[in-house]
Each structure stands twice: as structure tokens, then as C-alpha cells.
Design a binder for this molecule. Structure first.
Ligand SMILES: Nc1ncnc2c1ncn2[C@@H]1O[C@H](COP(=O)(O)OP(=O)(O)OP(=O)(O)O)[C@@H](O)[C@H]1O
Ligand SMILES: Nc1nc2c(c(=O)[nH]1)N=C(CO)CN2
Length: 179
């Protein structure tokens, strides 16, 4: 594992893993369009996209529809704060409204991890916690990431190992096709 760094350290040449989730409207079409939006963003270089997972909702109100989840890897020179702003702009472009915690959404884009040349960025700010505070326990993030990059590590721990321990792993299945 490379050395951890504090956010605030120069982040030019970063790579980030973003987690995308949707369960309103046409989630598969939304994810496909979101990937195109990311690919077209001048501040982001899309390096890899995962297969899509169909996942049972974790938390939130009862009766919400299954999600479609995926992850992407991007390269960027944006700071983590500016990358979060970019994620929020993409969510807003797809009509995201924050009504209920863990409630249904047209598109959620979270930052799972940011790695600079100096290592994994660590930050404990509630406005931007890195690595994402819940990602290490979420099969709906870890499974698509492991399909995309079987050797991936989150903060030094193999994603496959985290996935094996994730409580929601039985609620995740792989969809046909790609975004
Ligand atoms: N790593 C991160 N990625 C995205 N948002 C984050 C992160 N860390 C903290 N946040 C903050 O979390 C706030 C709530 O985000 P959001 O509405 O997407 O939460 P959620 O998807 O409902 O739940 P969860 O945070 O458990 O995924 C955001 O406004 C953002 O400031
Ligand atoms: N299956 C699934 N469940 C969730 C999801 C998600 O993307 N997929 N996102 C949440 C808040 O980020 C809460 N619960």
C-alpha cells in the first residue's frame, strides 16, 4: 500500500473510483447516460467502467425499487472538493433531489476513493469523507468494483476480501450487458 496523504495535498494526477446508483425512472438508461456525461467532462478522463449490478435496496424507506449500481475509474487533476462538486453537478443534471436519507434517487454519484501519486487520500470531513465512510461494507459498490478490477484494493485491503464480508452481498446480481 502506498503512503496515505491528507486531503489538501496537491492532487494533480489523481485517480478516483466513483460509485453510481439509480433506482427511479429508467436506471439502466440513466447509468449509461451518466457514463457518457463523465466521459464528456473535460475535467475527467474515464479509465474504466464496471458491469452493472442489480441490487436490493440497503436501508431507506421500505418498498423502494431495486437499484442499478456500477463504479467507474477516472483520472483527474481536480481537488477532492472540486471532484465532489463535479459529482453533484452530474447528479443534478439527472434530476437528483435529496428528499429522504437513503431514499430512492434518479442518480447518486459518490466518491469511493481518491489516490494521488503520494497514496490514498484520507479525510474525515462529513462534507467529504475519504475513502467513503460506508463503501468498505457495501457489496453494491464492492461487487461491481471487483468485477471491473479483481485485484483492486480499498485503503490497502483487497476489495474481494471486503466483498466477502459485506452483509448485503446476497442482494447483488450481475446484469446482462454494460452501461
Ligand atoms: N465520499 C463521499 N462521496 C460523496 N458524498 C460524500 C462523501 N463523503 C461525504 N459526503 C457528503 O454526503 C452528503 C450526502 O450525500 P448523499 O445525499 O449522496 O448521501 P446518500 O447517498 O443518501 O447516503 P450515503 O452517504 O450513505 O451514500 C453529500 O452532500 C456530501 O457532502
Ligand atoms: N442497493 C443500494 N442500496 C442503497 C444505495 C445504492 O446505491 N444501492 N445507496 C444508498 C445511499 O447511497 C442507500 N442504499
Amino acid at each position: 500500500m502506498r503512503d496515505a496523504v491528507d486531503a489538501g495535498t496537491a492532487t494533480a494526477g489523481s485517480e478516483a473510483v466513483l460509485a453510481l446508483g439509480a433506482n427511479l425512472g429508467d436506471p439502466a438508461a440513466t447509468l449509461a447516460a451518466a457514463v457518457q456525461t463523465i466521459a464528456a467532462d473535460p475535467d475527467l478522463t474515464l479509465l474504466a467502467t464496471s458491469p452493472i449490478a442489480i441490487t436490493a435496496p440497503v436501508g431507506g424507506p421500505a418498498g423502494q425499487p431495486d437499484y442499478r449500481n456500477m463504479v467507474v475509474r477516472v483520472a483527474t487533476d481536480l481537488s477532492p472538493d472540486d471532484l465532489l462538486d463535479a459529482c453533484h453537478r452530474i447528479e443534478a443534471a439527472f434530476g437528483r433531489e435529496r428528499l429522504v436519507r437513503w431514499g430512492p434517487r434518479t442518480l447518486d454519484v459518490d466518491i469511493v476513493s481518491v489516490v494521488t501519486a503520494a497514496g490514498e487520500v484520507h479525510r474525515a470531513d462529513p462534507d467529504l469523507t475519504l475513502p467513503h465512510a460506508s463503501a468498505a461494507g457495501r457489496a453494491f459498490v464492492l461487487a461491481p468494483w471487483a468485477w471491473m478490477e479483481p485485484g483492486a484494493r480499498l485503503d490497502g485491503v483487497p476489495v474481494t476480501e471486503l466483498l466477502a464480508a459485506a452483509e448485503d452481498r446476497d442482494g447483488v446480481r450481475r446484469a446482462e450487458g454494460t452501461a
